[in-house]
Design a protein around this ligand. Sequence first.
Ligand code: C5P
Length: 403
Amino acid sequence: MPEFSTVSMLSLTNKRIILGITGGIAAYKCAELTRLFAKAGAEVRVAMTKAATEFITPLTMQALSGNRVSLDLLDTEAEAAMGHIELARWADLVLVAPATADFIARIAHGQADDILSTLVIATSAPIAVAPAMNQAMWADSGTQANLSELAERGFKIFGPGEGEQACGDVGLGRMLEPEQLIDHCAGLFEVGQLAGKRFVITGGPTREAIDPVRFISNHSSGKMAYALAQEAAAAGAQVTLVSGPVNLSTPDSVTRIDVTSAEEMLTAVMENINEADVFIGVAAVADYRPKQQVKEKIKKDSEDLNLELIKNPDIISEVSKLDSKPFVVGFAAETNSIVENGRVKLEKKNLDLLFANSATETFNSDSISVTAISSDQEFEIPTANKNVVAREMLKLVSESVKS
Ligand code: C5P
């Protein structure tokens, strides 16, 4: 039996979870909970109350989440790394598990006297609590009134479960098991159209060194590739972006590998293509590179300078040749006969889909129009912002890679 449903795996991909731990015996289950979140592709940042640290160590939670644990509202070092307001904004979900009767009471009354209660009132993300307490404390009318208050304010209440308790009592008050909590959290998110798919995308120009200070390159800004990477990740894909030198910041949840030359780009692509479902070659790879690797700066002593160039590897064609070939998408920036030239490239490079566009309109622009070309189809995606066009492109890709 799987640890949790496949849907959980998919809808939690790339989701940012604050796991708030309060001081109950069930806190030890947070180690497993964090592992399961990571397995589902979510990123976890942990915030703990002081009492929680008596039950499970911050070091354990740091090691499992891969992120620094937030313990103290007044920790200047932690605030400098990611302040509590930034952290509250970062989250897609806050899950407080286990949530003690005391913590529930405090947040029901809007208190903000430690890092976790402050995050709860500072975030606009959904908040879920997983109560964990003795059955008598659970049945207490004050606890129930506090929970009703939270439910009315839109908090999700996950559990509690029934059964044997740490104190020997039997009844309601056990924290739900980590697998159940994962399923409940997953239920709060939609499954993205590309959930679970692995993408490798190339973007930007390459630079081919002439000597230590000069290079051959082109005007590619990388904007189209970055828009595709951003939108694919937002739709749930795991994205590796192999990027030439550009002036853009890495989109959220995207793994970026920086390269300079075409040969470096090829190596990085081949190292990451193994499990990919989709490869999109957006990079404007320099077609040729200088034949000689000159170690010293070339002097301008003579009137003529002849550079001998040799052809670079065609990265997308190399990917198309692989035995376990992913769905391969190419681009063709043309100055004339855009669609005809695009179709020739689709066939020559053995691509599944190609987006052809005007070379003169595209470079460094925020908008683009393209013609989508496959073996049996051809249609226009009209001029729009590159993110809007990227979403349209990804709809076509997702239709083709649906499992
Ligand atoms: O042949 P052309 O450069 O017009 O082909 C463009 C397509 O091929 C793009 O998808 C581009 O990323 C890819 N390409 C490549 N390696 C090259 C040249 C182009 O992957 N050396």
